[in-house]
Design a protein around this ligand. Sequence first.
Ligand SMILES: Nc1ncnc2c1ncn2[C@@H]1O[C@H](COP(=O)(O)OP(=O)(O)OP(=O)(O)O)[C@@H](O)[C@H]1O
Length: 246
Amino acid sequence: MNVNREAGEGVVPVPIYTVEAQGLSMQVSPRRGDSLTILQGVDFQAEQGRMTGIVGPSGSGKSTLLYCLAGLEKASAGRVSLLGQEITGMGLSQLTRFRRKHLGFVFQSYNLISSMTVEENLALPFTLRGQRLPRERASQMLDYFGLLPQRKQSVTQLSGGEQQRVALARVLLSDADIVFADEPTGALDQEAGAKVIEILRSLVAGGNKTVVLVTHSSQVADQCDRVVEVVDGRIAQHRPQGKVLV
Ligand SMILES: Nc1ncnc2c1ncn2[C@@H]1O[C@H](COP(=O)(O)OP(=O)(O)OP(=O)(O)O)[C@@H](O)[C@H]1O
């Protein structure tokens, strides 16, 4: 959130939209001659310093929307801009570089490399950028997440909640500007899920980061600053604070 100081008008907050999409559509052909429309003309915005939730019935297109916004899937039509840069026109290598530099992902499947240790998984975003893992910050992060004793263990030896915390620690450590999360609490018990949301909330509280997440959980939606509902591939409604309709 920026502030605009105009004479006589006091301080007017100006939202910075770090995620913007216009007219996103997605058609796939599951079988030859068949066409399935997953998204239809979706306009979407997410603001810096805010956590935006995407909710809706199963199969409504939430994950597809998230993947298109994150540049992991290419929409059939429409435009996506992240941090003011249009990613829809980027070539694959430019998009990959952009993703590595600016984006973080937290998926239900944890997105960890199972053949690697906890520490090696943390180092991955740095290795991909040609950098070294900042060891002291990594240790502090692992300590914060209660994972220091497991740092040399393979991630396959950890519980679901611990793996999700490794994925979160990696995103926080990599200092991503925008974090996309698909059902980040889906596989966790209530306590572990609450901790994950607390961490994502603390991330946006600094004001510079943006979180966009997909969730089925009304408790998680209530923790979002804004909630967007997707029904049958279209935006059905936007709700600030998960409560009031606009
Ligand atoms: N590549 C694909 N080919 C065929 N069908 C697909 C493809 N991707 C998604 N779908 C279908 O599109 C619909 C929307 O999928 P999506 O995963 O975006 O929904 P969702 O709202 O996230 O669902 P859920 O809440 O159950 O995870 C589903 O019916 C899914 O089976």
